[in-house]
Design a protein. Structure first.
Length: 304
C-alpha cells in the first residue's frame, strides 16, 4: 500500500509539471511588466524570431504563436536558446503539426468576435467525439484567477477512465491534452500582452472521488506523459499546482515525501482539503456558478 501511495503522489507531481523547475523565476512568476521584459530581452527575442522565420517561413511566421513576442519571451525567462526552440519548431512542423493547426484555427475562431467560443474549441479537439463524452464541464474546466492567470482544473476521480480508455489509446488522449495546453498557451500569451502582465497556468487537481487502487493505469499514463511533454513545449508557462482534497492516507504520505523535494518544488505545490470539497460539479465553480466566489477566494489564499 505504501508503494502504491508513493507512486500516486509522484504521478500527480508530474501532472503538475513540478519536477522541472524554472530557475529564472523567483517564487511564483516574474513581477516586471511584459513591456519591460520584452525590452529587457529584445536582442535575444530578435535572434529567436529570426531563427524561427528561417525555419517556418514568412507566411507561417505571421500566424500564432509566432506573431506574439511572449512566445519567445518565455524561452528567455527559462534561459532556453535556439537549440531548444529548434526542437519545439521541429515538433510543430512534424509530429505536432496537426495538433497545432487545429488549435490555431480553433483559437482564431473562438476569439473572432472579441469573446470566447468554448464550444468551437471543444469540438475542434483531437478525438473530440469520444473524449468530450467523458471530459465534460463537470470534470474539467479552464477559467481565470483573480490576478489574470489561467486556472486549469481537472477531477480525474470523477472521470470514467476505464470506459474512456476502451475507446481510445494513450497517444490519442495525449494529443487531446497537448491540444488543450496549446489553446491555453495561446490564450495566456494573448492575455499577457493585453494586461502587460505575464500570465501563467495554475493547475488544480481536485482529487475528490479518486481511488487509490483501481482505475485505468493507461489514463494516468496519458496524464503524466502529456504533462512532461507540455513542460518541454511550453517553457515558463506553468505556475503552482494545487492538489485538493487528497484521500486521508495520501495526506499522511505527503508529510513524509514533501520534505524530500527541492525547495523550489515545494514552493510550487499547494495542498489543501476544503476548496471544491462540497462542489458537486466543476461548472458550479466557473464564472456565474454558485461556488465561483468561494473558489476564487480559496485560490487567492493558496497561491497569492
Amino acid at each position: 500500500m505504501f508503494a502504491i501511495m508513493a507512486r500516486f503522489l509522484i504521478s500527480f507531481l508530474l501532472v503538475g509539471g513540478l519536477l522541472k523547475i524554472v530557475e529564472q523565476v523567483d517564487g511564483f512568476g516574474v513581477t516586471e511588466p511584459v513591456s519591460v521584459l520584452l525590452q529587457k530581452y529584445v536582442s535575444d527575442i530578435a535572434r529567436l524570431k529570426e531563427e524561427t522565420q528561417s525555419i517556418v517561413g514568412s507566411d507561417n511566421f505571421d500566424q500564432v504563436p509566432y506573431n506574439n513576442d511572449v512566445f519567445f519571451l518565455r524561452y528567455c525567462l527559462e534561459d532556453k536558446g535556439i537549440e531548444e526552440l529548434k526542437e519545439n519548431l521541429a515538433w510543430r512542423q512534424g509530429e505536432g503539426k496537426k495538433i497545432c493547426d487545429a488549435a490555431t484555427t480553433a483559437f482564431e475562431g473562438a476569439t473572432a468576435d472579441g469573446g470566447w467560443n468554448n464550444d468551437l474549441v471543444r469540438k475542434s479537439a483531437p478525438s473530440a467525439e469520444i473524449i468530450n463524452q467523458y471530459l465534460t464541464e463537470k470534470t474539467g474546466m479552464t477559467t481565470s484567477s483573480s490576478k489574470g492567470d489561467l486556472l486549469y482544473c481537472i477531477r480525474a476521480g470523477m472521470i470514467d477512465d476505464k470506459s474512456l480508455m476502451s475507446l481510445i489509446d494513450v497517444d490519442g488522449l495525449v494529443d487531446f491534452f497537448i491540444y488543450s495546453k496549446e489553446i491555453i498557451s495561446l490564450a495566456a500569451n494573448d492575455r499577457s500582452l493585453t494586461n502587460d502582465k505575464l500570465a501563467y497556468v495554475l493547475t488544480v487537481n481536485d482529487l475528490n472521488g479518486l481511488k487509490l487502487i483501481g482505475g485505468d493505469a493507461t489514463f494516468r499514463n496519458a496524464l503524466s506523459t502529456s504533462s512532461k511533454k507540455a513542460t518541454e513545449l511550453y517553457p515558463a508557462l506553468g505556475g503552482p499546482t494545487l492538489l485538493l482534497n487528497l484521500p486521508r492516507l495520501v495526506s499522511a504520505l505527503v508529510k513524509v515525501f514533501t520534505p524530500l523535494f527541492p525547495e523550489k518544488v515545494r514552493d510550487k505545490i499547494k495542498f489543501s482539503r476544503g476548496p471544491l470539497k462540497d462542489t458537486e460539479n466543476l461548472f458550479d465553480a466557473a464564472p456565474g456558478g454558485k461556488d465561483h466566489g468561494k473558489f476564487m477566494r480559496d485560490v487567492d489564499e493558496l497561491v497569492y
